[in-house]
Design a protein around this ligand. Structure first.
Ligand SMILES: [Cu+2]
Length: 155
């Protein structure tokens, strides 16, 4: 009987360590999609993605039932001119976080399949290289035009 308990304890310890390794979930905070004028064929989304795990996480693709295509963009300023550069895959080191914000990194959402207004929400799926994909429910928010620092944002 005592032998059985020891085995059971060892098995439980093994299981919990396996679960700890498999749990490499990213933590998404403050996600929002910026409301665009009616008929816009591209919208931008912002969020903070933190990696509380012990391993580097890599986002290899994003998709959404509400958009045809999603790209990760970095904003580069060269000679005073801002331009957007697609990022093929996004690596987030252990205990690091990546901030997507107006004027910086952002998600580019192409060809919305419905009109999106403030108060709506969209689903985004973040596909990871070595972990399950993450589904995020993202509200559509109207950005205050007074602090519009995103005027370069034309395609
Ligand atoms: Cu962009």
């Amino acid at each position: 009987m005592k032998q059985t308990n020891i085995l059971l304890g060892a098995l439980l310890a093994l299981l919990s360590s396996l679960i700890a390794v498999a749990d490499s979930s990213l933590v998404i905070t403050d996600p929002w999609v910026r409301e665009a004028p009616p008929g816009a064929d591209v919208l931008a989304a912002y969020m903070t993605i933190a990696n509380p795990g012990a391993n580097t996480a890599t986002i290899i693709a994003l998709s959404s039932p509400d958009f045809e295509r999603i790209e990760i963009h970095r904003t580069l300023v060269e000679d005073g001119v801002a331009r957007m550069v697609p990022v093929e895959s996004l690596r987030i080191a252990a205990a690091e976080r990546v901030v997507f914000e107006p004027g910086g990194m952002h998600l580019m959402l192409y060809n919305p399949k419905r009109q999106l207004r403030e108060g709506d929400s969209v689903l985004l799926d973040l596909q990871q290289a070595t972990a399950a994909s993450i589904r995020v429910d993202v509200p559509v928010v109207k950005m205050n035009t007074d602090d519009d620092d995103d005027h370069h944002h034309h395609h």
